[in-house]
Design a binder for this molecule. Structure first.
Ligand SMILES: Cc1cc2nc3c(=O)[nH]c(=O)nc-3n(C[C@H](O)[C@H](O)[C@H](O)COP(=O)(O)OP(=O)(O)OC[C@H]3O[C@@H](n4cnc5c(N)ncnc54)[C@H](O)[C@@H]3O)c2cc1C
Length: 419
């Protein structure tokens, strides 16, 4: 009998589900909330919100043995496999064709976008060129201004409305079966873990590959719970009930976290305060042991091409947005070149050696990962299975003392029950 339990990762708090992969995920608190399992098994799993505001699968009917084996192969909580083939394969940044900076030539897309609106410009191009019929992406949830929902965008205005980063849980694969059944062709935008699940599914299921011929992603430092956004709103000195809409950034680069209130006024705080002081402290456990915050399974990935100070560190001064654009596959490179030729996007060269200094969060997490995984394994906790992600090589970029600190830090979290 399947049990209706939340996957909050604390076996003491709830009975475990029946499916073996879900039990492993729950024991290790490994779920990132992509929704792929609900998308593949809509009659047996659905996503639900659990405290402190994460999306987690709820198994409401038992999976067969064959379904559990399939689950094991696509679920990004359980692992990731990368094959660089003939591409340059950077220890920290993974396989790629080219790295560039760029921005949308459509000034509104650039202004509203998280950085340069490059992702949105690529999406507009994919629609205009007929490469796809629609876009599956994330936008704000009108029922709950701090939350997200999956949307299907069919024109530039839809894409504009969904632009900008939303630092809250999202499950863009939750409706996968429905999208496959629609018989249409979509471009997909999601977090790196969403891209991992979709790529794994597409490699086994031709109907998924046909539905989603192109996968776009962005660098991701981790998903904060909704509780993070609630604290942010509280710090703005307003009650959640008075917030009619909320954006996490955008409207400039990086743009301010801004709550619009029912009296017509707005309250806001800088990106440095909102992400640095509040949201980053609410990131889920799985993201702290993520080997791929840079979308290694996607065709094209965008990120912040931060300006840096004299020491190479990122500065978050407001400026006109610039995205980093990484084409990872020949398909991604072709689409970017065509978007440039169509005048949707402007690009210029980028030196990969400049990336580590302006992405300190990504750099440090990759280098710390092996030490954290070893601590979890020593403590008997399940960890994701990573293949082709250069964990040891990344760890060797850290001094021994920093690896030891990360090892002991993770062990301490297990001992005091803070996973
Ligand atoms: C949780 C999170 C963490 C991030 N961490 C980093 C980081 O460490 N380093 C870095 O350089 N950049 C990070 N980014 C990405 C960055 O904020 C921009 O998305 C990126 O620079 C591309 O900007 P753009 O202007 O080209 O994209 P835009 O044109 O603004 O397009 C953004 C796209 O992202 C989609 N999107 C927004 N929020 C979500 C979400 N929660 N889930 C799924 N899709 C979403 C939108 O639907 C839209 O398609 C993060 C983004 C998120 C959501």
């Amino acid at each position: 009998m399947a049990s209706e339990v939340s996957q909050n990762g604390d076996p003491e708090e709830s009975a475990l589900p029946t499916a073996v992969p879900l039990r492993r995920i729950a024991r290790g608190n490994l779920c990132s909330g992509c929704g792929a399992c609900a998308g593949v098994f809509p009659g047996k799993i659905r996503m639900q919100k659990v405290e402190p505001g994460f999306l987690r699968p709820l198994e409401f009917a038992p999976l067969t043995d064959a379904e559990q084996q399939a689950f094991d192969r696509f679920c990004p909580a359980l692992g990731q496999k990368i094959a660089a083939e003939d591409q340059p394969d950077d220890v920290l940044w993974g396989p790629y064709r080219e790295m560039r900076t760029g921005w949308a030539t459509d000034t509104l897309l650039r202004f509203r976008g998280a950085s340069g609106g490059a992702l949105s410009a690529l999406l507009v191009h994919l629609l205009n060129s007929g490469e796809v019929e629609a876009i599956v992406q994330i936008a704000d949830d009108p029922q709950n201004p701090i939350a997200n929902r999956m949307v299907v965008s069919i024109d530039r205005d839809d894409i504009l409305a969904a632009g900008g980063s939303r630092y809250a849980p999202s499950a863009p694969l939750e409706r996968l079966s429905e999208m496959v059944d629609s018989g249409r062709k979509y471009a997909f935008v999601g977090k790196p873990c969403d891209a991992v699940a979709l790529r794994a599914l597409a490699s086994e299921r031709p109907e998924v590959a046909a539905t989603y011929p192109i996968i776009l992603s962005f660098f991701c430092a981790g998903v904060p719970s909704e509780q993070g956004a609630r604290e942010l709103i509280k710090s703005l000195g307003v009650h959640e009930d008075h917030v009619t809409s909320f954006r996490y950034r955008g409207h400039g680069w990086p743009g301010r976290a801004t709550a619009s209130l029912d009296d017509g006024t707005e309250r806001s705080m800088s990106y440095h305060e909102s992400w640095g002081d509040i949201l980053s402290k609410h990131v889920q456990h799985r993201c702290k042991i993520c080997a791929d915050g840079t979308g290694k399974a996607a065709d094209i990935v965008c990120a912040d091409a931060w300006e840096s100070d004299a020491d190479g560190y990122p500065i978050f001064e407001e400026a006109e947005g610039v995205s980093l654009i990484v084409s990872r596959t020949s398909l991604g490179e072709r689409i970017l070149q065509e978007a440039v030729a169509a005048g949707e996007i402007e690009i210029s060269g980028f030196d990969v050696d400049k990336l580590a200094p302006i992405q300190p969060g990504q750099r440090e997490r990759r280098r710390a990962l092996m030490a954290r995984l070893l601590a979890l394994r020593l403590a008997g906790r399940p960890t994701p299975r990573y293949r082709g992600l250069h964990l040891w090589a990344a760890a060797r970029q850290n001094p021994f003392s920093r690896n030891l600190k990360n090892f002991l830090g993770m062990l301490r979290r297990v001992i005091i029950g803070r996973l």
